[in-house]
Design a protein around this ligand. Structure first.
Ligand SMILES: NC(=O)c1ccc[n+]([C@@H]2O[C@H](COP(=O)([O-])OP(=O)(O)OC[C@H]3O[C@@H](n4cnc5c(N)ncnc54)[C@H](O)[C@@H]3O)[C@@H](O)[C@H]2O)c1
Ligand SMILES: O=C(O)C(=O)C[C@@H](O)[C@H](O)[C@H](O)COP(=O)(O)O
Ligand SMILES: [Zn+2]
Length: 356
């Protein structure tokens, strides 16, 4: 088992290994302490039949009373409506301040559960049990929680760190190739912003189904996230680097009515943002070309069916915007990105350059 310790507003461990789910109760008991009695396992309709029985049995063996909240799988459920249903469920089941939530699933489950944990009774503990590669390499760590609004992605939320992240690599066995690619996109992003060696490793197109590859990718990506989050938990500086490809990625998700997944949208977003940066003279060919090559090698569809004007409208709600200025993440060398400000009035021109 591998262990990474994250220290932000809370210190917690990320445990990674095979066979952890059936032993989750003991690890969760250790992280939460003896006081916690009831746990609500939050999971979606695809993950529930696969993994919730094993988790709940293990929680019960460790003396917890477990209840389960299941919502319809998919990005559309990352909404105020599901949040409201979940909060009402917690109240009906009489969870108290000495109880906790466990997010069993991908990034949608983790973001939704984390936000419920941050707001229920003004804050109770929660644990992340990621079951997608994307959640394992990115969303389960760092404490960004939230839901989407009609106006766009993640527009309501809170910073609320988990008490433990427990990643059982065996759960990756049931992921489709597209879901593995979603995770690969965020790992490539991590490499692009801060880890040239990780990028070189991914360039060799390692087998995403191989548990050793999964362990390596999540270990490196989480290590990058650990450093960034420890420096800037609240996303006012360096943490914004983790948003490479997301200004356009989130816009593409929104324009597609969420039919394009987060990971696939971020892949297209990284290409558009890199190309635009190159056209603006802020990046270099020897930095942007290898990134596109890696994404093509994995078979990501990289064409964007939306116009610069549609994408600009959608991107105006980006959280890196402050008034009439937007901070962009620009690749400046392989494994290195920098933040650069752009007046919002030039955003469409920037996006047009990236689409050409
Ligand atoms: N908080 C953060 O830092 C952060 C970081 C990155 C992404 N995100 C968010 O995460 C979300 C995307 O996460 P995601 O790609 O995991 O989406 P997701 O949670 O919707 O999971 C994708 C699909 O995989 C299914 N699934 C999950 N685990 C499975 C398994 N082991 N076997 C088979 N199917 C399984 C789910 O039911 C779902 O249909 C987006 O909303 C994105 O904004 C948040
Ligand atoms: O943890 C972060 O910080 C990130 O930006 C990670 C991103 O991969 C993730 O998609 C995040 O949810 C985007 O955050 P947002 O602030 O743009 O909503
Ligand atoms: Zn992301």
């Amino acid at each position: 088992m591998e262990k990474i310790t994250i220290t932000a507003s809370k210190t917690y461990e990320v445990l990674t290994g095979s066979g952890l789910l059936p032993r989750a109760g003991a690890y969760i008991r250790q992280a939460l302490g003896e006081k916690v009695r009831k746990i609500c396992v939050v999971t979606d309709s695809n993950v529930a039949p696969l993994y919730s029985d094993a988790l709940i049995s293990s929680l019960e063996e460790s003396g917890f009373v477990a209840v389960k909240f299941v919502f319809a799988a998919g990005e559309a459920s990352k909404s105020l409506r599901t949040l409201s249903d979940l909060l009402e469920f917690l109240a009906q089941r009489q969870l108290t301040r000495s109880d906790a939530l466990v997010a069993l699933g991908g990034g949608v489950t983790g973001d939704l559960t984390g936000f419920a944990a941050a707001s229920y009774l003004r804050g109770i503990p929660f644990v992340q049990v990621p079951t997608t590669l994307l959640a394992a390499v990115d969303s389960s760590v760092g404490g960004k929680t939230g839901v989407n609004l009609e106006a766009g992605k993640n527009l309501a939320g809170a910073f609320w760190q988990p008490s433990l992240v427990l990643f059982d690599t065996d759960t990756m066995a049931t992921l489709s190739q597209d879901l593995l690619l979603d995770g690969a996109a965020e790992a490539i992003k991590a490499g692009a912003i801060a880890d040239k060696e990780l990028l070189s490793y991914i360039r060799e197109k390692p087998d995403l189904k191989d548990p050793a590859v999964i362990t390596h990718l999540s270990g490196r990506a989480i290590e990058i996230k650990r450093r960034v989050v420890q420096e800037d938990e609240r996303d006012i500086g360096a943490r914004q680097l983790l948003n490479f490809g997301h200004t356009l990625g989130h816009a593409i998700e929104k324009c597609s009515g969420f039919s394009v997944s987060h990971g696939h949208a971020v892949a297209i977003g990284m290409v558009i943002e890199s190309r635009a940066a190159l056209q603006f003279g802020w990046s270099r060919e020897d930095c942007t070309a290898p990134l596109s090559e890696i994404l093509k090698k994995f078979g990501f569809p990289l064409d964007c069916p939306y116009s610069a004007s549609q994408l600009t409208q959608a991107a105006l709600s980006d959280k890196k915007r402050q008034g009439d200025r937007l901070t962009l993440v620009i690749p400046v060398a392989q494994g290195d990105c920098q933040l650069k400000e752009l007046p919002v009035s030039r955003l469409e021109e920037f996006i047009k350059a990236g689409l050409s």
